[in-house]
Each structure stands twice: as structure tokens, then as C-alpha cells.
Design a protein around this ligand. Structure first.
Ligand code: FE2
Ligand code: FE2
Length: 435
């Protein structure tokens, strides 16, 4: 176990040092204004295949499978994935699928591939090829069944200017290149139709997302169109080929996956927004979560959901009371109690709150019920002094809050979650042990 961990870390460090991870051009080339220049300039480097936003997305079973996605600036036929075990020359080729879509007046030339039949506990390398041209090799790791690992957790990154988000995500990754996956808790962008915001969001996780898989969540802002009216989350659903949930109406709205000895359930809390177009999202998830856990229960069972389960009082609105959120808390907390969920991560309120364990809508001194972590804020949309502390809050951050990220270390006997500011200052640490 130790050796393998060191191998992974060393591999990433060596790859970074030699520039192997460099895909695409420099920051200058990201500017749309320079698209024409860029296309012309790139033809000067035959043999190099330039792609953008190359990313790994979690598969249902990450020990054996993974999804890859990327974009090119103009359509390219017959793209392939080449996959090999690190240190070997035997290459497996997988055909890429065209997954282009049009949104915000832009045709996005996007491609995807599903890698399967991988062997657990191995470091692979992959690259994208088109004819004689190829990208550089990228790392891809498959966990063992009892993998000890670290996950990075990012709260709402929605921003008016994504500079703070890019800095936070970049530094979080620089300090944690041994992390094996990362999640973005929803409201990835401020406006779900705005293509420029999506490309800005992806810049923040550029190095991370091609090395380790992403766990995306849909937030309410993914459902907003350019007129700030609610629409279906078209762009979000195209950008992230998350595991299938078997739903006719809500494919990729919610999903689950395994990583090591943990099962993760990613819920969709946008029933109010989606309800303007189609009904049944909550009912369907309530039936699904029971079936899903029956089939996939692991030693640890963890929930990610965008909207929070508690209701907070708001400064200047004395009529608003403290309690349990009616739409999400009343619905889901009894289910989490019943199904023995260990930890629930939420977002949406742009504030960090560790509420400890809650069972039957009550605080329990013996750590009964799930641990509820409200994950904070990772973009520049901050709500200084908006929320009034809830009686359930155990740890809050000094107000007004700046950006934060979380790490989660998963092992057989304990899960340890820590909260950090952008500058690396540790603000909270909590440990959940298996009874
Ligand atoms: Fe939100
Ligand atoms: Fe948000």
C-alpha cells in the first residue's frame, strides 16, 4: 500500500517536472480572440494533437472503469484513446465518441470515451490520438478494494471573476497531488448557459482533472439561462458523462459510484427548478437510493447534495426561523438515518459549518446518525454576515468568510475531514470512526 502511494505521488511529481502534463497551449491561447492565430500556429507542430479540457469523470466502479472527455477547436475524425500500464509498451486502443453539443451559440466539439476492464490497483497512462498526432501521456490510477485515499472537496465555485477560484483550486491541488479524486459541490458556474464561465471554471481544475477523476454535482445555478430564468441544465448534462442511473427522465441528474471501500451517492436537490419542466425527481430518487444501497452498500456510505438540510436564520429577516429545511432536510434526513449514511456533504449557502452528527432531527452526543458538513465557498460570490449561527453548528469560520476547500482521508477504520483556507491555514478537522 505504502509503496503504491509513493509511486503515484512520484509519478505525478516527475510528470509535472518534465512538463509531460502540458496539454494544449499556454494561457494566451485560451483567449477566444486568438482562436484564428492559435489554429494557424498549431499547424507548425506536426505530431502534436492539441486538445482542451481533457478530464476524467468518475465511473460507477472506478477500480475497473473511467470516463474521459475533452474538446478540440474544430471537428477531428477517428480519434482514439491509447491506454497502457505505466512502464509497459503494450497499448490498448479505444475509439472516441463524438459528443458535440451547441449551447450559448457555441458549437462545442467534444469527445468522450469509456474505459472499462481496467485492473484495480494499477497506474495506467492514457493519451488521445488522431492519425499520426497524439497528446502527451496522462496518468490514470485504479483503486484497490480497500484503498486508503484522499479526496479533495470544493464548495460552490460560481463567480463573477474566476481568479479566486483558479487560485484556490490550483493551490489545493499543488498541496495535495496525492489526492485520488475530487468533487465540485454544485453551482460550478454562476450562469449555467454562459460558455465563458464554463471554460473559466475548467481552467481552475485543468491539471487536476486530467490526472484524477472529478465528481460533479449539479447546483441550481447550472439551471439558469442567460436571461436568469430557469431552464433544464443542458450544458451541465453535456459536460459531465456521469454514471448512468437507469432513469428515463433524469439520466445523469443523480448517480452513485464506488471508490475503494466507500459508496458515494450524488443527489440532485434542484426539484424546484427542474419541477418547472418535469415532475417526480424527488420521488424517483427516494425509490432509487434504497435500491442503489441494497446493491452497492460499502463499508462507508457517503452522500453529496448541493442544497443544505438545515434552515438558517438570516440577518435582517426576523420572520425566518431556525430549523430543518422543509424541501431537503425533512425529505432526506430520515432516509439517511434509516439507511445508515456515514457522512453528508452539502453546499449552496456559501458558508462552512460542521454540525456534527444528527439523528432523528436531533443532535446526538454519542455520534449517532450522519455527520453533516456544509462545505463553504470556493468562488468570489460571498455572503458576508448573512447567516445567523444554527444551534446545531459546532464549528463555523470567522466572518466574513473567504474561500475554502476540504480534504477527506478515507481508511478502513476512520474518515478524517479537514477544512483549509486558500493560503493553507487549517480551520477545522473532524474524524468519523467505524463503530
Ligand atoms: Fe446553490
Ligand atoms: Fe451557490
Amino acid at each position: 500500500m505504502k509503496n503504491k502511494k509513493m509511486n503515484r505521488r512520484n509519478f505525478i511529481r516527475a510528470a509535472t517536472a518534465t512538463g509531460v502534463l502540458a496539454v494544449g497551449g499556454t494561457a494566451l491561447w485560451q483567449l477566444d480572440l486568438l482562436r484564428g492565430v492559435r489554429d494557424t500556429a498549431l499547424r507548425q507542430f506536426p505530431g502534436v494533437f492539441y486538445i482542451e479540457r481533457l478530464r476524467q469523470i468518475v465511473a460507477a466502479d472506478n477500480a475497473h472503469a473511467r470516463a474521459l472527455m475533452w474538446e478540440v477547436t474544430s471537428p477531428v475524425d477517428q480519434q482514439m484513446i491509447e491506454l497502457r500500464l505505466q512502464g509497459t509498451e503494450d497499448v490498448r486502443r479505444i475509439a472516441a465518441e463524438d459528443a458535440r453539443f451547441t449551447d450559448d451559440g457555441t458549437e462545442v466539439y467534444q469527445y468522450t470515451a469509456e474505459l472499462d476492464q481496467l485492473t484495480p490497483g494499477h497506474m495506467y497512462q492514457y493519451r488521445i490520438t488522431a492519425g499520426d498526432a497524439a497528446t502527451d501521456w496522462q496518468p490514470l490510477y485504479t483503486p484497490t478494494a480497500d484503498e486508503n485515499y484522499k479526496m479533495l472537496i470544493f464548495p460552490d465555485s460560481q463567480s463573477s471573476d474566476y481568479a479566486d477560484w483558479k487560485q484556490l483550486a490550483h493551490l489545493a491541488w499543488a498541496r495535495n497531488t496525492d489526492a485520488e479524486l475530487f468533487t465540485c459541490m454544485g453551482d460550478l458556474v454562476d450562469n449555467g448557459e454562459d460558455r465563458l464561465q464554463w471554460t473559466e471554471f475548467f481552467v481552475g481544475v485543468k491539471e487536476m482533472q486530467r490526472s484524477i477523476p472529478m465528481v460533479p454535482l449539479m447546483g441550481n445555478h447550472e439551471t439558469y439561462n442567460l436571461d436568469w430564468k430557469v431552464r433544464l441544465p443542458e450544458a451541465y448534462l453535456h459536460y459531465f458523462k456521469t454514471p448512468r442511473n437507469g432513469s428515463k427522465e433524469f439520466e445523469r441528474y443523480y448517480y452513485s459510484f464506488d471508490y475503494g471501500d466507500a459508496h458515494y451517492i450524488v443527489l440532485c436537490t434542484q426539484q424546484k427548478e427542474i419541477g418547472e419542466f418535469k415532475d417526480g425527481l424527488v420521488e424517483e430518487q427516494l425509490a432509487w437510493i434504497r435500491r442503489d444501497l441494497k446493491a452497492h452498500r460499502k463499508r462507508w456510505n457517503i452522500v453529496f447534495m448541493h442544497k443544505d438540510v438545515l434552515q438558517y436564520r438570516i440577518n435582517g429577516r426576523p420572520e425566518r426561523t431556525e430549523g430543518i429545511d422543509e424541501d431537503n432536510g425533512r425529505v432526506w434526513m430520515p432516509v439517511f438515518d434509516e439507511l445508515g449514511i456515514d457522512i453528508v456533504f452539502t453546499a449552496h449557502l456559501h458558508t462552512y459549518r460542521n454540525r456534527g452528527h444528527i439523528y432523528g432531527f436531533e443532535k446526538t452526543p454519542d455520534a449517532k446518525g450522519p455527520l453533516y458538513i456544509l462545505t463553504g465557498v470556493a468562488g468570489n460570490v460571498r455572503y458576508p454576515n448573512l447567516w445567523i449561527d444554527h444551534a446545531f453548528d459546532e464549528v463555523t469560520l470567522p466572518q466574513p468568510e473567504t474561500d475554502n476547500y476540504l480534504t477527506m482521508d478515507v481508511s478502513r477504520d476512520a474518515i478524517e475531514i479537514a477544512c483549509f483556507l486558500t493560503d493553507g491555514t487549517e480551520m477545522d478537522r473532524v474524524r468519523v470512526t467505524k463503530r
